[in-house]
Design a protein around this ligand. Structure first.
Ligand code: ZN
Length: 90
């Protein structure tokens, strides 16, 4: 299993203590992911491990120019298509 994103302490914070459902939570200095409940005095961690990588990733998006050129070619506007980049640079 590989993750696309590493755990990040700045993402998703608990709104309730998992032990007493208290809402008086504060970040704790024990770790970047630790929270202290001031109602039951428990310290716990909430860590978002990331998303699992999909089996098939979508193809990378085309650049605006590339998509525009393909659209022009698809609709038959071949006379306004740009030539290859190496022909434009002189
Ligand atoms: Zn609590």
């Amino acid at each position: 299993m590989s993750f696309r994103r590493e755990p990040n302490p700045n993402r998703n914070h608990p709104t309730h203590c998992p032990y007493c459902a208290g809402e008086d939570l504060y970040p704790n200095e024990l770790s970047d992911f630790a929270w202290k409940c001031h109602e039951c005095l428990r310290i716990f961690e909430v860590k978002f491990y990331g998303q699992d990588a999909p089996e098939q990733a979508p193809a990378p998006a085309k650049s605006t120019e590339q998509a525009y050129q393909e659209s022009l070619a698809k609709h038959g506007y071949t006379e306004v298509l740009r030539k290859e980049r190496h022909n434009d640079q002189r």
